[in-house]
Structures are given as structure tokens and as C-alpha cells.
Design a protein around this ligand. Structure first.
Ligand code: BES
Ligand code: MN
Ligand code: MN
Length: 475
């Protein structure tokens, strides 16, 4: 059953209204990682509720408790938005997940426009924080419901919405809620669709059947009771920053090779058939060069580069809290510094089997320094990797929908990024999960000048709507 032509026409005719609606969503700075924006994240949940309710969706804002801050204080977690539309036992029930929080963004990071004002350019690119990650997709689901309601078209499936506000900060509280509601809210769900990743390039749509997991660490080195003058105490005491830089330099080589012993043994072995799959994906090294804006790929071997993203772990150094970073030349010895790094996990790695190796290695390396400072290694958050069976009716419906809307066969990909909840849906609810992306590889999620092309937003809205019609008749 193809999507009704009225639906497709409605989406085209309402392009400007849909862009305006995305603009309203982007204008709420729902940055989950910044405590000063917590109220904005909570407001975003209210905004979504006000859009869904008039369309007949039964909405509940689920309280998931408090978040402990590093200073011991507590902040309310933003609610998970639950929505129910349809309860026909003769229809499949599709669970739709998206997140309404975003990464931080400051004009001074290098944005050309205000990050929280959706700004179109003359090529139809819509710039703004969250445009592609993940407000465009979330609003698209609302647009689809609106189209059906306004046209008096019956949806061929029942829907359950699960929209969270802490995804960018490790999805705190969500797993527990899913476990609690397994036989409640989630009871009747037959499969899951998540629209929260991207095409590999700017031309070929894809479906994604795997994401990497992650373990995020904080490495704290402390020594003196307060910041010190380097003229008075340099070459006099053990300096925390010197210890930390040395430790951080022992985690990964400039070629991306992880130096923590034992990690490589946890990685599922590569087969010939799997390697061939990477060679046939529509992807060129220039796609990465375009996306990062420089010719700095690690290798000329396309399969090696794709495997580095999709099927092998990676370790990235993210920052040092407590280090002097202002302009000028301050002659300080910082008293306490925290190095941040994360490891992207692939099958069969888990935070549980990786953590002990990381902690032991860092303590061993620290012992070799013979420093009298103190080292603490902490896991801040983590999630396991996930892979689905792409030979499932959920994927077949998405392939048919992609072919109808884009007139192209989608590539089947695995993603380097992480969406912790995918595995929870798969494991706890026992459901097939499909990642059906809307945006392109060069959208710049998490980066400056994040954008979503109007083309991808509008055609992507048609794609998600068409998927709901195809899935009703796919077995
Ligand atoms: N939409 C991304 C996930 C993603 C990124 C999928 C790149 C595919 C490619 C999501 O919003 C995200 O950023 N996730 C975080 C999760 C982390 C905080 C646990 C990530 O990947 O860094
Ligand atoms: Mn996202
Ligand atoms: Mn993200």
C-alpha cells in the first residue's frame, strides 16, 4: 500500500509551515549537557505536548527523577514524552523514538548565524542547532500525523511515541523507565523506528542496522591544595597537568590505534564477506574530506576507513577541565585537572568488559611516573554497541519506502555514533529496531553551522510517512 498521494501533496504544500514549525523547535535552546539550560529542555517537552495533543495523541510527560551534579547538587531530569495514537488490535504498533535535547552551541564557537534561530540560506539549507540532530526528524513525525488528521486519512498502524530529553548526555533514567514500562506503555509495540542518524554522503539514502556503544571517562589528577605560581613552585613539586598529559598521550596513537592492552581481543573478528560489504557501499574518501573540511583521512584504503568508523573501536581525546585556556600567558600550575576521553565500543565490547582494562592500564602507567599526585579514573557514562537483523519486515518496509520516495535503493550501513537506547529497545523489549535517517553526512551534527537541507526535511517527511504505510502491508 503506497502512501496516499494526498499525503505526499500535503507535505509539498505545507513546506513553509513545516519549516516554520522546525524554527520554533530550534528556538528553544534545549541543551541537556548545560545545567543552566535545564529549564529550556523541560520547556521543550511542553512544546511537543502542545503540538501532539490537538492531533489526538494521548500524551504523558513521564517524570524520571533527578540528576546528581558533580558538586553533589541535584537537577530535575527532563521528562520522557510518551504518546499513544491508535489502539486497533488488527494493526501493527510502531514505536517511534527521537530526542528533543541538543548539543551546546555558541555563536563564538564559529557559527555564521545565531545557532538557535533557524536560518535558511539560498540553497535551501536550514542552519540551526538541532536542525538535523534531532529536531528535524522529531518534528517530521508530528507533521506526518498532522497531514493525516487534516486530510481525514486513517493511519494504517498504531503509534507509540517515546521522545527523550537527555540523549546527548547519556540517556540518564531512560533505561529504567523502559524496564518499568515493558509490560505497560511498551506492551503492544511490534517494532521500533529511530530517525536519528545520517546518510554517509549527500546523495545516497541508507538504512542503518548497527551503532557503536561508548564508554566515556574522566581522568582526574590532583596534587597541590590550590593553584600555584610556576616561578615559585616549578621544578619543586609534582605538577598534575604534566602527569595528565603524559597519561593521555598513552591512550591512542596519531593513526588511531588504541594502546590499551586487551581491547583488541574483545573485537569480533572480521570475515571476508563482511570486508567486501564495505567495499561496495557508495562512499568515497572525498566524502569524508568534504564532511570534515580538510584532507586528513587516516588511510587511502576505503574499506579501512569505513571499518574505522563502523566496525572497529575508536578512542578520542575530548578536553581538559581545569587547565588554563584563556588568552594571554598566565604562569599558573593548575592544582587539579580532569582529562576527558571516550571509547566507541563495537561487538563484543561492553562498558563492563572494557572498564577494568582501561582503569588498570591507566593506574599502571601512572605508577611508572612515580608521581606523588593522586589519580582517579571514572566512567561518566556508557552504553553497549547494537546490531540488528536487516532482513526483517521492518527493514523491508523501509527499503520499499526509500525506493518510492528517492527512486534509489538504500545502502545498508552501520554507524560510528551511539544511540544508547537502541540496544535497550532491542534487549529489554525484544523488538527489531530500524534506524531510518533523514539528514546527510555533511549536516554537521554537534558541530558549528549544523544544518538540514530543506530537500531532506521534506522528502524525509514523505519517507517516514511512506514507511508507516509500507510497514502495514509488509511481512
Ligand atoms: N544522533 C546521534 C547519534 C549518531 C551520531 C548516530 C553519528 C550516527 C552517527 C546522537 O544524538 C548522539 O550524538 N549520540 C551521542 C551519544 C552519547 C552521548 C552516548 C554520541 O554518539 O556521541
Ligand atoms: Mn541524535
Ligand atoms: Mn547528537
Amino acid at each position: 500500500m503506497p502512501a496516499p498521494t494526498e499525503f505526499i501533496k500535503y507535505v509539498d504544500a505545507h513546506k513553509d509551515a513545516f519549516i516554520a514549525r522546525l524554527g520554533e523547535a530550534v528556538a528553544i535552546p534545549s541543551v541537556s549537557g548545560d545545567p543552566s539550560h535545564r529549564q529550556d529542555v523541560i520547556n521543550m517537552a511542553g512544546f511537543i505536548k502542545r503540538l501532539l495533543e490537538p492531533l489526538g495523541v494521548k500524551v504523558e510527560l513521564k517524570d524520571i527523577g533527578m540528576e546528581k551534579q558533580t558538586d553533589g547538587s541535584e537537577l530535575p531530569l527532563p521528562p520522557v514524552v510518551f504518546g499513544v495514537l491508535g489502539d486497533n488490535p488488527n494493526k501493527k504498533t510502531i514505536l517511534l523514538y527521537a530526542h528533543y535535547d541538543v548539543q551546546p552551541a555558541l555563536v563564538t564557537d564559529g557559527w555564521n548565524t545565531d545557532p538557535f534561530t533557524l536560518s535558511p540560506d539560498n540553497e535551501g539549507r536550514l542552519f540551526g542547532r538541532g536542525s538535523t540532530d534531532d529536531k528535524g526528524p522529531l518534528i517530521a513525525w508530528i507533521n506526518i500525523i498532522e497531514a493525516h488528521v487534516k486530510l481525514g486519512l486513517e493511519l494504517p498502524v498504531n503509534l507509540r511515541f517515546c521522545f527523550e530529553g537527555m540523549e546527548e548526555s547519556g540517556s540518564e533514567g531512560l533505561d529504567d523507565l523502559i524496564i518499568r514500562e515493558k509490560n505497560g506503555f511498551f506492551e503492544s509495540c511490534d517494532c521500533v523506528c529511530i530517525c536519528d542518524n545520517y546518510w554517509m554522503n549527500d546523495r545516497t539514502p541508507c538504512l542503518t542496522y548497527g551503532v557503536r556503544g561508548m564508554s566515556y571517562y574522566r581522568l582526574v589528577v590532583s596534587g597541590p591544595a590550590r593553584d600555584l605560581h610556576s616561578g615559585l613552585f616549578g621544578n619543586t613539586v609534582h605538577e598534575p597537568m604534566t602527569d595528565l598529559i603524559l597519561l593521555m598521550s598513552k591512550l591512542v596513537t596519531p593513526n588511531g590505534e588504541i594502546l590499551i592492552p586487551g581491547l583488541d581481543k574483545l573485537v569480533a573478528p572480521l570475515t571476508d564477506t563482511e570486508r567486501k560489504r564495505y567495499e561496495t557501499l557508495d562512499f568515497a574518501l572525498t566524502d569524508i574530506e568534504d564532511q570534515v573540511g580538510a584532507k586528513i583521512v587516516l588511510s587511502d584504503d576505503k574499506a579501512r576507513v569505513l571499518m574505522g568508523r563502523m566496525r572497529n573501536p575508536s578512542l578520542s581525546l575530548h578536553g581538559i577541565e581545569g587547565a588554563f585556556y584563556g588568552p594571554g600567558a598566565k604562569t599558573v600550575i593548575p592544582a587539579k585537572v580532569q582529562g576527558k576521553f571516550s571509547i566507541r565500543l563495537v561487538p563484543n565490547m561492553t562498558p563492563e568488559n572494557v572498564d577494568p582494562l582501561v582503569v588498570k592500564y591507566l593506574h599502571d602507567e601512572f605508577a611508572k611516573l612515580k608521581s606523588k599526585n593522586t589519580l582517579k579514573v571514572e566512567n561518566i557514562h556508557g552504553g553497549k554497541p547494537w546490531m540488528a537483523d536487516p532482513d526483517h519486515w521492518n527493514y523491508r518496509a523501509a527499503i520499499k519506502a526509500t525506493e518510492k520516495v528517492y527512486k534509489k535503493k538504500p545502502d545498508l550501513t552501520r554507524e560510528g555514533g551511539s544511540i544508547p537506547v537502541t540496544l535497550t529497545f532491542a534487549d529489554v523489549l525484544g523488538l527489531n529496531v530500524l534506524l531510518l535517517p533523514m539528514g546527510r553526512g555533511d549536516d554537521g551534527a554537534h558541530s558549528t553551522n549544523e544544518k538540514l537541507d530543506t530537500y531532506n526535511y521534506i522528502e524525509g517527511t514523505k519517507l517516514l510517512g511512506t514507511y508507516l504505510h509500507e510497514i502495514a502491508v509488509t511481512n
